[in-house]
Design a protein. Structure first.
Length: 395
């Protein structure tokens, strides 16, 4: 894997594709700087080498040029997080961008205007990528969050730097972490899959069954498995058209020697709200009018035993409706078990929007081995797909 560690950037203009698609409030204040912090080590390596970093990113989903999605509002805050003089170019291609890039002093950073102001970006247009390529001597991709898209700045641009294209630290770490789970993970390997739908995880489950020893299924998707086996799930969320598929997954897992752990009890509520009446019931005997919203104590004991005995852990999706404090206990408990296993030497990778949100909300971010920054990209990696942004650097 060719990373930025393999080169000196001294005297070079380095084009870096970052993922600065950050959340902002109505005053254009960035409300979560995680993605900027994540790209910071790569940017600092370039400027400390005596190079200059030219940053490319998208922001939001603009339809053409739209001031609401301009990086001009964010450049000052981004510069503060990076701690390096950071300038702004009001375009990402053409004369203005080229001149600003050309005159950028070593040790400084230039943030280009939103690449998605041009429809050619999402079309993966080669002529547009050629214009971007004029701005730098070296291309570095450090945007895992967009590595699954064959856009101009994430994939096509690499063609113009056949010998000078590298992975940034963040992207390299993402690839390494997924490889640890999928290829080189120390056994036993456990996957914890939660969230509401089996349908969104089918390809992942099918792809990881050969690599794992234990599969913990929690959250809303568990009810589809329970109902498929003849259980009564009351008003719990369920994909009725996926019952046969759930049985098929259980059969395949058995054939491959993978132990599947489903919840045995749940915290059921008589309404989908935080203040609903609750009772703990067996997961296959939920009364009509009630729905399971969190894992019960007995389920958590089973999960704990499996997680603490694991050497490699993948966690994707919460095991309850953690957004409501009264149904967050299961997800917090799973976070505690993963943190404890990690402290004992296990490798733990957390990824996928909701589990990342939960890990951050409950303070487990620094207690697991790695928290993935790319939701869709990580899921596609786990499905076994070769991501175009990664392939473009390796080719």
């Amino acid at each position: 894997m060719k990373t930025i560690n393999d080169i000196s950037c001294k005297g070079k203009k380095v084009l870096v594709r970052v993922d600065f698609n950050v959340p902002v409030n109505d005053q254009f204040e960035i409300t979560d700087t995680t993605r900027i912090e994540a790209a910071k080590p790569t940017i600092l390596k370039i400027v400390k080498d005596g190079g200059s970093a030219i940053l490319l990113s998208h922001f939001g989903r603009p339809k053409g040029k739209d001031d609401k999605y301009s990086f001009s509002h964010l450049v000052k805050q981004i510069g503060e997080v990076l701690g390096v003089p950071t300038h702004f170019a009001p375009d990402c291609i053409g004369e203005v961008a080229e001149n600003t890039a050309k005159n950028l002093p070593a040790g400084e950073v230039l943030l280009l205007e939103n690449v998605r102001f041009y429809p050619e970006e999402e079309k993966g247009d080669e002529a547009f990528a050629a214009k971007l390529a004029k701005l730098g001597d070296i291309y570095v991709n450090d945007a895992f969050g967009t590595a699954h898209r064959a856009h101009a700045s994430t994939t096509i641009l690499a063609k113009f730097f056949p010998k000078d294209k590298y992975f940034g630290y963040l992207l390299a770490k993402e690839i390494e972490s997924i490889d640890k789970v999928m290829k080189s993970g120390e056994k036993p390997v456990t996957a914890i899959l939660g969230g509401s739908k089996v349908s969104s995880k089918i390809t992942i489950i099918e792809n990881i069954l050969d690599k794992i020893d234990h599969l913990i299924i929690g959250g809303g998707m568990a009810f589809t498995f329970i109902k498929a086996q003849g259980g009564q799930i009351g008003n719990s969320i369920c994909e009725d058209d996926k019952l046969d598929l759930a049985l098929d997954i259980l059969k395949k897992a058995k054939e491959k020697g993978v132990q599947v752990h489903l919840p045995v009890d749940v915290v059921a509520a008589n309404d989908f709200n935080n203040n609903a009446s609750t009772q703990v019931v067996p997961i296959d005997k939920i009364p009509n009018g009630w729905q399971g919203l969190d894992a019960g104590e007995k389920s958590l004991e089973i999960f704990k035993k499996v997680i603490l005995a694991s050497k490699t852990i993948l966690w994707n999706g919460p095991v309850g409706v953690f957004e409501m404090p009264n149904f967050a206990k299961g997800t917090i408990a799973v976070g505690e078990y993963v943190a404890e296993a990690t402290a004992k030497g296990a490798f733990s990778l957390v990824g996928g929007g909701d589990s990342v949100a939960a890990v951050k909300q409950f303070g487990f971010e620094d207690k697991v081995s790695y928290v993935s920054t790319g939701g869709g990209a990580m899921l596609e990696s786990l499905e076994g797909k070769i991501l175009p942004g990664i392939k473009a650097i390796n080719d």
